[in-house]
Design a protein around this ligand. Sequence first.
Ligand code: 5GP
Ligand code: ZN
Length: 113
Amino acid sequence: MDNCLFCRIMKGEIPSAKVYENDYVYAFRDINPQAPVHVLVIPKKHFSSLNDTAAADDRDLAECLRAIPVIAAQEKLETGYRVVSNCGPDACQSVQHLHFHILGGAQMSEKMS
Ligand code: 5GP
Ligand code: ZN
């Protein structure tokens, strides 16, 4: 997807603070952090959201989930973290490339919405 912001970040066309990468996944710091640690994990293949993954290879999705605890350990989030994937307008999804927010580094609210 030539015009997708996160595809361009993943390809290095737009700079980002990379925290993790493998053949399937790229992860980088959110430009507008909402917690002391705020990392975005994206599949290297373009899916617009979870709603766009019915035909995805399992590996592309599984690698995102498997990367999360690796990144959490790297970021020293031993006491916990939250994972969020906003999907669609009601959830305020603003970038149409599937991504998982890892939020941590402070006690969070029990409220999630
Ligand atoms: P969404 O609202 O779609 O769930 O999350 C998109 C996230 O991408 C937001 O938290 C926003 O701060 C982040 N973001 C938007 N543009 C950029 C950018 O150019 N670089 C980085 N690192 N993060 C971005
Ligand atoms: Zn994309």
